[in-house]
Design a protein around this ligand. Sequence first.
Ligand code: ZN
Ligand code: ZN
Length: 276
Amino acid sequence: MYNHGDCDQTMYIDSHAHIEMDRFDADREQVIRRALDAGVEIIVNVGNGDLARDSHAAAFRLAEEYPFIYTTVGVHPHEARLFDENLSARLADLSAHRKVIAWGEIGLDYHYDNSPRDAQRLAFRKQLQMARERRLPAVIHTREAEEDTLALLTEEWKGAGLPGIIHCFTGTRWFAEEAMKLGFSISFSGVVTFKNAEDLRDTAEALPLENLLIETDSPFMSPVPFRGRRNEPAYVVETARCIAGLRNVTVEEMGRITSANFKRLFQLDSDESVEK
Ligand SMILES: [Zn+2]
Ligand SMILES: [Zn+2]
């Protein structure tokens, strides 16, 4: 029922979504169907949208139901104040699940400051250590906190020999380049399509192609022409289209490049996502 049909179809990977959230309760099946129809071959459904609603459990159910959906574990910087021994032990258990491919999203968000910055830094540091122990790539969320993010990544991730993703990248080119030196790939969301995102497009045009990934961060950050509406994984194609235009390649080629980057990062076989 959920296969991808024609093998020649262009493939895209949505490296970051939250489709377990209640905004998809009414039509989640159709959302997943539309993603497949658009050529999305893998969705990473990041599991930590909302700990109070046990988003990890909901994300795990999706990952178990659909072969092409993977998940992650972690405590988001918004909820860093909840990070304690109990939660950390629970995440350690969950991280052994076969569909968990990364630790995240973790990091620092000094824009919203939903948790005290000390708590954010502590939870970020501890989780980088946990990811490293478990040999899992890290998915990083950072907003208005580039220097502290880099300092912590340098202290806790440098030399780990592990990759990671700077998700929903909206930062400076300097930050992107420093993060790449530490082994991170840069994932662009629909923000790159926004009218006022000239600087971000300049960065997307300049970075090495082998470091680029694409994502939706659904239900947030809908790309043009869907801006303002609920985002969904099918729309990752619009982000691919935007970056393809900047790089003078076709949208199909950008899909292939970013999918190959993703599979190399996570060491997935090229047919991993295809239902047997
Ligand atoms: Zn995020
Ligand atoms: Zn997210």
